[in-house]
Design a protein around this ligand. Sequence first.
Ligand code: DHB
Ligand code: FE
Length: 311
Amino acid sequence: MAEIIAGVATSHVPAIGAAIDLGKTGEPYWQPLFRGFEPSKKWIADLAPDVVILVYNDHASAFSLEVIPTFALGCASEFAPADEGWGARPVPFVQGHPELAWHMAQSLILDEFDMTIVNKMEVDHGLTVPLSLMFGQPEAWPVKVIPLCVNVVQYPPPTGHRCYMLGKAIRKAVESFDRPLRVVIFGTGGMSHQLQGPRAGLINRDFDVNFMDRFTGDPESLVRLPHVDYVREAGSEGIEMVMWLIMRGALEDRAKEVYRYYHVPASNTAVGHLILENPSLPQQRIAETRIEFGMPQLDRQPEDVADEVIV
Ligand code: DHB
Ligand code: FE
């Protein structure tokens, strides 16, 4: 049977992709961020999974506001990088795993999750930046990727609880696939950031760190967090963090955090990164937890703004 062996959570800031593509990773602004992902790159190269299920959101690249699926599953054999306005990223095409993806579609839909089946889709920074952070700049991505796209750009996004339960259904789907694949699931987006309006630039490290603490040890305490709490505390784009809960639901309760990195800021965003391993892997902390605040305070805490202004 196939098995989900680990989960990776990471932010997906587009400027990180640009820094990689333009050869700027060694510059003082970017260097601490990329240093934080070095242990992760080694970890995933050693693990060499067969498939990544990559939970992300499309930022009006593949789907316009004309069609907005809540959950869309990429069943194609190949996905091209999207042109987000300055040309497609010079990264390899993503190779899918249609057999597992179709099996997941069947299992999830019969389990009453109404997935949209996608047979052709371009993938934007939400998917390609996490791949770059974890795999660097290879000629071809060393893993098959099943994109799972979640609507967090147009109200109403799915609840955290719905995401968490979808994760559990994904685990059941993967475990009922009759080929011995080793699967890692990525949950991407977040952490705190707001790109628009009077609170643009908001970063809330206390909320982010608390979210990471509860995410590993007590995820059930997060699943009922209302959307408005994400938006108030973590900014309008902080709602992307509900996608992490799909990853957490797909892992076992006893999954262990083996790596954490948190860096402020990268572009407008607090970058949070976790690696969790399921108990079937021999658990090894791969590096000390690192929390870095690279730049002078850009932070605007929620209490800095009037109570009534939340977007
Ligand atoms: C930024 C972050 C995002 O998650 C995104 O989708 C777009 C921009 C940013 O920090 O610039
Ligand atoms: Fe985003």
